[in-house]
Design a protein around this ligand. Structure first.
Ligand code: NAP
Ligand code: G4F
Length: 364
């Protein structure tokens, strides 16, 4: 009988994990995920997986080496997907030291644990790297595509920490002949994206505004451009990358870039709210064309001291070598995210009203 493969994925509560875990379980893997202890429940994305006997949960924090070595030595995984990180760029300016530890040094701890467990020749290692490593210095090239040859110039403590993680992964590959690769990821989103990233913040606010549950959406840089796409397409590519004979770094992207402003427009279109933007003094404000209420405003609290304002990648290498084809367009993704949030808040409201009716009925 064919031996079941073991996959070890760092963290289980994040966006990508929920999709990757399902993909690996469907491919008949024994899946091991980690979670740090929290005093409130945060596993709603993956609660349905607990019934699957091939799914195993371990407690552990990224900063805890001893427990990591114990787990890797005991499990002896065939594939390790290192997805855990303090992944919020804005937050990294407020918590730079923690970010360096969790996103940079943490990768070194994991690579060392593989060596200490004598698994460097058998375990394949995947590092979630990021497009936040790149920035065009010459401002006259803002519309140019990035390629694998583009200059690396991180613009945040998050980017700096991930740069270290990328190079230490390359160093372990070269020094110890390990299968250790970097996947340079562009912004990928979904209905289970955390609420503080811009796309989900927008779709949640638009859903609530359409249901009269929120008045206004507050944002900062509306002109930032991102190469967004669906997280489901991404995890297919992650798995493919570790199945290759040759260990290579790859970039995956949509070949399309859009502004935050575009994403706001598309989202309102999904709920049939027509908007118009106007300048008021030096501030830009967006109005609902039916009620003339202001529904989008710029708020300096979301300002970043330095910003990657443009992202677009040429992913020819990955498409040729991995034969990977995305299934979603950015508009499909936006549609799915808005529909999912409208559905979520509508259900919550129905439930709330239902409880009010019961309480009134029994005069509680
Ligand atoms: P995410 O939703 O923010 O999830 C990050 C996870 O890491 C969270 O579940 C978090 O756990 C966990 N974590 C953070 N600090 C930890 C610690 N000290 N100990 C244990 N767990 C800890 O991330 P994502 O969007 O799915 O991204 C996955 C990976 O790809 C990340 O490495 C990210 O940097 C990288 N990436 C993402 C994108 C993107 O657009 N999504 C693009 C480029 C690169 P809690 O739930 O307990 O906080
Ligand atoms: O959604 P964001 O916070 O994502 P960001 O900074 O691009 O980072 C994400 O993608 C990276 C890959 O490129 C990952 F490495 C990283 O882990 C993360 O997943 O912001 C997108 C853009 C930025 O330019 C930001 O300044 O939207 C702009 N923005 C404007 N208003 C806002 C807001 N971002 C957030 N989070 N909140 C706002 O109110």
């Amino acid at each position: 009988m064919k031996k079941m493969k073991k996959a070890f994925i760092t963290w289980i509560t994040g966006q990508d994990w929920s999709y990757l875990a399902q993909l690996l379980l469907d491919k008949w893997y024994e899946v091991h995920g980690i979670k740090r202890r929290a005093s409130s429940f945060n596993t709603e994305r993956i609660d349905y997986l607990f019934e699957n006997k091939n799914f195993n949960l371990h407690y552990w924090d990224l900063t805890d080496s001893a427990n990591l070595i114990k787990l890797i030595s005991e499990i002896k995984p065939d594939e390790i997907y290192n997805l855990a990180a303090q992944s919020h760029v804005h937050v990294s300016f407020e918590m730079p030291e923690y970010t360096a530890n969790a996103d940079g040094i943490w990768t070194l701890r994991l690579l060392e644990a593989i060596r200490i467990a004598w698994l460097e020749k058998t375990t394949k290692f995947y590092q979630a790297s990021t497009s936040e490593l790149f920035w065009w210095l010459e401002y006259n090239r803002p519309e140019a595509w990035y390629t694998e040859e583009s200059p690396m110039h991180p613009r945040s403590p998050y980017g700096c920490a991930k740069l270290y993680a990328m190079w230490i992964t390359r160093n372990y590959k070269e020094s110890y002949d390990m299968f250790a690769c970097n996947w340079i990821l562009f912004n990928h989103e979904s209905p289970v994206r955390w609420e503080t990233f811009v796309t989900r913040k927008i779709t949640m606010a638009v859903a609530k505004i359409s249901l009269w549950l929120q008045n206004k959406l507050l944002l900062w840089n509306l002109d930032a451009k991102r190469d967004w796409w669906h997280a489901k397409d991404y995890v297919d590519a992650m798995w493919l990358m570790l199945q290759q004979e040759k260990c290579e770094d790859y970039v995956i992207s949509t070949w399309e870039t859009n502004t935050v402003r575009d994403f706001v427009n598309w989202s309102f279109e999904e709920v049939w709210i027509n908007i118009e933007w106007r300048w008021k003094w030096i501030e830009e404000k967006w109005y609902n064309k039916k009620t003339w209420e202001c529904i989008v405003e710029v708020d300096s609290r979301y300002f970043r001291p330095a910003e990657v304002d443009f992202l677009l990648w040429d992913s020819t290498k990955a498409r040729k070598e991995l034969w990977w084809i995305p299934k979603y367009s950015v508009r499909d993704m936006c549609k799915e995210m808005v529909a999912s949030d409208v559905e979520k808040f509508r259900k919550q409201e129905i439930l709330k009203n239902h409880w009010y009716e019961i309480l009134e009925q029994y005069e509680i």
